[in-house]
Design a protein around this ligand. Structure first.
Ligand code: NAI
Ligand code: MG
Length: 356
């Protein structure tokens, strides 16, 4: 028995369907390993705006703070595109990141052998891809001083500032080293230390932090080279740790290796409650049809078990079941090809459960 508690935020669009499927899988996986957890459903995003007048209600924040982990579907959609900036659905995610102090974004990119043929790269290049990108989420150029465009000395100028402090770098590199310890033990720190002062501090601190982890091998790469290597030799990476801006770009580049955004999970972690969500959005074009791919959300729930509930057994069980379902030929529409078995969102969840 455990007293672990999670909050589920379905959100908008396909969020409702995919979180329902993932919850069923999570319950079944927990059952299989004699683990129990409680949960509650809370609102955020466009649906919350309609109902409560704000995209991130106080009650949702309070429930998330008290929970061990939060599983979120996706928020937003065209119905809410015309609201005031402070009421936009995206504010729900930014707000949660802030309220929960989430400073690390973990994005595993794995190419399932059964789907290697759907990658834009050659199957032999991607079949061994298993990368964990650890992106700093709370600092860097997105949060540094900015000056909006203005005429200065007769020329229009605007600026943003890249700032990193030692504690910010220490905690993210520590997180990457801990994650690597449970993987292949290699951390690649990505920066632009040849040009940026903030990157030079980043590199110096990374070297110091890595000394706390003698079993971890730390190497460094410039971000421009990294962008090339992700395409030329993606199987060579284990854990990649980098700043907010570089991580934003590289994680989207790496995501396309897998062939579908419906498959990829993510975790945002801090010192308290973790937030877990698939990397895609609310997919308004297919919402309500029961055809969305729930695997990215199911894999996000697996990460929740691993990082927030302390149950790696259930996590691995869910991950292996997903791999097996794909190997057995089950496909939602986004990854469907002729000769495979096309299934709905819910049926995909049931097939995963059958393989736990
Ligand atoms: P999107 O990721 O929702 O959709 C892009 C394309 O991928 C669409 O064709 C969609 O049908 C497909 N797709 C996405 N997830 C899928 C899944 N699980 N299974 C099958 N197909 C899937 O991105 P888009 O269209 O740019 O944004 C739609 C809405 O979602 C917008 O309101 C946007 O602001 C919001 N959004 C929310 C995010 C979040 O909640 N974290 C992240 C990105 C976008
Ligand atoms: Mg991005």
């Amino acid at each position: 028995m455990s007293n672990k508690h999670i909050v589920i935020i379905p959100g908008d669009g396909i969020g409702v369907e995919i979180t329902a499927a993932a919850l069923n899988v999570a319950k079944a996986a927990a059952d299989k390993c004699g683990f129990s957890f409680s949960y509650e459903i809370r609102q955020a995003g466009g649906a919350a705006l309609d109902k409560f007048g704000v995209p991130l209600p106080e009650a949702t924040i309070a429930a998330c703070r008290q929970a061990d982990g939060v599983l979120l579907g996706a928020v937003g959609g065209p119905e809410w595109d015309h609201v005031a900036p402070e009421l936009r659905a995206e504010k729900a995610i930014l707000g949660l990141r802030k309220e929960l102090g989430l400073y690390a974004n973990l994005r595993p990119i794995k190419v399932f052998p059964a789907l290697a043929g759907q990658s834009p790269l050659k199957p032999e290049l991607v079949s061994s891809v298993d990368i964990l990108i650890v992106r700093e989420l709370n600092g860097g150029i997105y949060y540094g001083d900015k000056k909006e465009a203005a005429i200065i000395d007769g020329v229009e100028k605007a600026s943003d500032t890249e700032v990193y402090s030692r504690p910010e770098i220490e905690r993210i590199v520590r997180m990457a080293c801990r994650a690597a310890a449970g993987r292949r033990g290699r951390v690649m720190s990505v920066d632009k230390a040849n040009v940026l002062a903030a990157s030079r501090l980043w590199r110096k601190v990374a070297v110091e932090v890595a000394q706390e982890f003698p079993q971890i091998e730390l190497t460094h790469m410039y971000v421009d080279n990294c962008a090339m290597q992700l395409v030329l030799n993606p199987g060579s990476f284990d854990v990649l740790v980098t700043s907010n801006l570089f991580g934003d770009i590289l994680s989207d580049e790496a995501a396309v290796l897998s062939g579908s955004i419906g498959l990829l999970p993510s975790a945002s972690l801090g010192d308290g409650t973790g937030l877990y969500e698939p990397i895609h959005g609310s997919a308004p074009d297919i919402a309500g049809k029961g055809i969305a791919n729930p695997l990215g959300t199911i894999l996000s729930a697996a990460m929740l078990f691993r990082y927030s509930l302390g149950n790696s057994q259930a996590a691995s069980m869910m991950e292996q079941a997903v791999e097996q379902v794909l190997a057995d030929g089950y496909r939602t529409q986004d990854i469907y090809q002729q000769a495979f078995t096309k299934v709905s969102t819910e049926a995909m969840g049931q097939q995963v459960i059958a393989r736990l």
